[in-house]
Write a protein that binds this ligand. Structure first.
Ligand code: ADP
Ligand code: MG
Length: 274
C-alpha cells in the first residue's frame, strides 16, 4: 500500500454526533484501518459502553478486561489497555467494556473529571510508541464521556447520515463544541464532516448532501461513503470492510476519505509553519 503523509504532531480526532446510528463507529474503525494500512500508527479509543468499535476490531472487551474505563479511573495507563488488532500491525484499540456504562456518573465526583482522557492520551508512552493518529469513538450522547473526548482532541469529525433530519440536533452538538472551546480546550475545532450511508438512487440523499455542503463548505470531505451491505456485514466477522472486502465501494471510499484527512492535515501544517 502507498504511504500517507505522517503528521508532524500526533492528530487526535473525536468522532462525535449525539445521534445514534449515523456511522460514528463504522467511520472510526474503517478510517483507522485505512490510515494504518497506509503506514500510519493509529489508535482507536472506544468510548462507547456498547463497545461496538471493540467488536468491529475483534479485541477482547469482556467485563474486567483492562479498558478505557480503567484508564479513566486511573487504574491502568492507556498503553496498558491498548490491544493490537488483526487488521494491521499499525492498528491498536483501547476497548470499552460494559463497566464504562457507570463511568458517566462515577466521573461526576472525580477530580478533573473533564480532562481525564486528555491526561491519559498526552502520556509519554504514546510518544514512545509513535502513535500518529488517535480516533475516539463517542457514545450517542453529549455527556461527560463525550466532553472528555472533546477535551482530549484537537479536532472533531462529525459523521452525518444522508437521511431525513440529518441536520437536526447538530446545533446542539456545535454549541457544546463551542462551550468546550471557550472553557476547556481552546484548540478544538470541527475539522471534518463526513457524509455517510449515501444512497445515490434517492433524491433525498442529494438534497441532504447539498444542504450540508452549503452549510459547512470545505469542512465536508469530497468523499462520500455509500450505503453498502459490505460495510454493515464486516463487523459481524470482526473485521473492517477494508479486510472483509478491500475491493468494495465501501472500502475504497473509506480509503479515499482517510487520504483526504491525512492530506488536509499535511496542508494545514504547511500553512501554519509559513
Ligand atoms: P453510530 O456509531 O453512529 O451509532 P454505526 O457506525 O454503528 O453508527 O452505524 C449504524 C448502523 O448502520 C450499523 O448497523 C452499521 O453497520 C450501519 N452502517 C454504517 N455505515 C454504513 C454504510 N455505509 N452502509 C451500510 N450500513 C452502514
Ligand atoms: Mg457507535
Amino acid at each position: 500500500e502507498g504511504m500517507l503523509p505522517r503528521p508532524g504532531r500526533r492528530r487526535v480526532l473525536t468522532v462525535a454526533n449525539q445521534k445514534g446510528g449515523v456511522g460514528k463507529t463504522t467511520s472510526t474503525v474503517n478510517l483507522a484501518a485505512a490510515l494504518a494500512l497506509h503506514g500510519l500508527k493509529t489508535l482507536v479509543v472506544d468510548l462507547d459502553p456498547q463497545g461496538n468499535a471493540s467488536t468491529a476490531l475483534d479485541v477482547d472487551h469482556r467485563s474486567g478486561t483492562p479498558s478505557i474505563y480503567e484508564v479513566l479511573i486511573g487504574e491502568v495507563t492507556l498503553a496498558e489497555a491498548a490491544q493490537p488488532t488483526e487488521q494491521s500491525p499499525n492498528l491498536f484499540c483501547v476497548p470499552a467494556t460494559i463497566d464504562l456504562a457507570g463511568a458517566e456518573i462515577e466521573l461526576v465526583s472525580m477530580s478533573s473529571r473533564e480532562s481525564r482522557l486528555k491526561e491519559a492520551i498526552s502520556s509519554e508512552i504514546l510518544d514512545q510508541i509513535g502513535v500518529d493518529y488517535v480516533l475516539i469513538d463517542c457514545p450517542p450522547s453529549l455527556g461527560l464521556l463525550t466532553v472528555n473526548a472533546m477535551v482530549a482532541a484537537q479536532e472533531v469529525l462529525i459523521p452525518i447520515q444522508c437521511e431525513y433530519y440529518a441536520l437536526e440536533g447538530l446545533g446542539q452538538l456545535l454549541s457544546n463544541i463551542e462551550l468546550v472551546q471557550q472553557h476547556l480546550n481552546r484548540e478544538l475545532r470541527v475539522s471534518t464532516i463526513l457524509l455517510t450511508m449515501y444512497d445515490g438512487r434517492t433524491k433525498l440523499a442529494d438534497q441532504v448532501t447539498n444542504e450540508v455542503r452549503n452549510h459547512f463548505g470545505d469542512t465536508v470531505l469530497k468523499t462520500v461513503i455509500p450505503r453498502s451491505v459490505k460495510v454493515s456485514e464486516a463487523p459481524g466477522y470482526g473485521q473492517t470492510v477494508l479486510a472483509y472486502d478491500p475491493g468494495s465501494r465501501g472500502a475504497m471510499s473509506y480509503v479515499d476519505a482517510a487520504k483526504e484527512i491525512a492530506e488536509r492535515g499535511a496542508q494545514m501544517e504547511k500553512g501554519s509553519s509559513t
